[in-house]
Design a protein around this ligand. Structure first.
Ligand code: XIL
Length: 427
């Protein structure tokens, strides 16, 4: 009996070891998808680089390839930072995305101060896109040509002026008098890109366009139009989310799995490749020390990373799933969404093994990719109990031909210390 128990334990340990020995990179490669991260190398990149190469088979420059970073003057370019990141990716067998050409933000000062004719603006655009694409020829496989052309409030396309918040105005829209020319700067940007390198996949990328609704409809119209001209190959959904609490997708990152699934369906029907380009799922800043409430949020966050990856895997047109950074110290979220953070997969400092540690939400992604089920017999029960009734109703969609109750949940252990502090232990 003792021997049987020992064998059983050994078997269980081996089974779990197989799953835990894997990385998201190895599982992504088995599934033929690209799991990437936005990269900005820190001052001391050793640990960062090890995690990047071990866990990801894709990367994108977080900022280094933006207009303001790369085009220092009307005829001068600065490639060193972007080159370092792209070359790291190429030498580590990673799929490299390009981000981004035509955007209302992070433009160089010389450009923002320009007051030139429509024709001259198009010439600048052509020279910019052609030079940069030529420089990275052969290294970058898919590229965000236009970013965030739909207005934030979803009332229509982003204009050249008139927003109370000036940073919302688009200089490209202003210079090309976009409102009076059917926003043809978008078609032009894609045309220049196609001409510059016909082997690269061209993407339109936006946020709050993941679910259904007005803003997503606008983005859909843009890509449907571009596709009819054979100017676009894919659509990027940024996926800067907070925990899903609504049954419908709302502004500012609330998301609805069923709406996302429906939107993926209609975008795929256009014949487009779909990439999740900037994934992060933010939660309110934790208390110090953490409370049970924080711990519940971490569990929900892992569950949502799991669901997001499952939705991605269930749609054959989805190819790249990129998170917007490796760890929270790098993340843009605390600077842009007051009171929120903890949205990425790895710890900020190295653990005892000298590596960044995998956070709870990392296992949501890992489990979705490995589809590990049944390690503990009551996993399904735990999963069902974990979803509040209102949320369960949201999840009546069917990921793999099953009902919501059959979605496997990989349980983790929570230890509440005396005094109420909570520790999580990953199985
Ligand atoms: C963010 C970067 O992460 C920050 O470091 C920078 O200060 C601002 O831009 N949508 C995009 C990304 O397309 O380029 C943005 O990246 C985040 C929102």
């Amino acid at each position: 009996m003792k021997q049987q128990l020992l064998l059983c334990c050994l078997f269980l340990a081996a089974a779990m070891g197989t799953v835990r020995g894997q990385t998201v990179r190895s599982l992504a490669e088995e599934r033929g998808i690209y799991f990437g991260a936005a990269v900005t190398f820190p001052a001391n990149p050793a640990v960062y680089e090890t995690t990047l190469a071990r866990e990801f088979n894709g990367l994108v420059c977080e900022n280094a390839m933006k207009f303001g970073n790369i085009m220092t003057g009307p005829t001068t370019f600065s490639y060193s930072e972007a080159d370092a990141i792209v070359n790291f990716g190429v030498s580590h067998g990673m799929y490299v995305r390009g981000h981004t050409f035509i955007w209302h933000k992070q433009n160089p000062t010389w450009f923002m101060n320009l007051n030139v004719s429509r024709d001259s603006a198009f010439k600048i655009m052509e020279q910019y896109i052609t030079s940069v694409m030529t420089h990275f020829r052969g290294k970058i496989k898919e590229w965000d040509i236009v970013n965030e052309a739909v207005a934030r409030d979803s009332s229509g396309m982003r204009l050249g002026s008139g927003y109370a918040d000036e940073s919302q105005n688009s200089k490209w829209a202003a210079l090309t008098d976009a409102a009076n020319h059917d926003f043809d700067y978008i078609d032009s940007a894609f045309t220049y890109a196609r001409r510059a390198d016909s082997s690269v996949l061209l993407f339109y990328n936006d946020y709050n366009t993941e679910g259904m609704g007005k803003k997503a409809d606008r983005a859909y119209d843009i890509v449907a139009h571009l596709k009819s001209l054979d100017l676009v190959d894919g659509v990027g959904l940024q996926c800067h989310f907070h925990l899903s609490t609504d049954s419908v997708a709302g502004p500012n990152g609330s998301w609805s799995p069923s709406e996302l699934a429906a939107n993926l369906e209609r975008l795929a029907a256009l014949g487009l490749i779909i990439s999740f380009t900037e994934v992060d799922i933010r939660i309110p800043n934790a208390h110090t020390p953490m409370t049970a409430e924080d711990s519940a949020l971490l569990i929900q966050q892992r569950d949502e990373y799991y669901t997001l990856m499952k939705l991605f895997l269930a749609q054959p047109k989805c190819r790249s799933f990129f998170v917007w950074g490796i760890n929270d110290a790098q993340s843009w979220i605390p600077d842009f969404f007051d009171g929120y953070g903890s949205c990425l997969l790895f710890s900020n400092t190295a653990g005892t093994n000298g590596q960044f540690e995998r956070k709870t939400c990392y296992y949501g992604v890992l489990d979705a990719l490995s589809d590990a089920t049944g390690i503990l017999g009551n996993a399904r029960e735990n999963y069902v109990k974990m979803i509040p009734a209102t949320k369960a109703a949201n999840r009546s969609f069917d990921l793999l031909g099953r009902t919501v109750k059959d979605i496997p949940f990989h349980p983790r252990i929570i230890v509440v210390k005396p005094g109420g502090a909570v520790n999580e232990i990953h199985p």
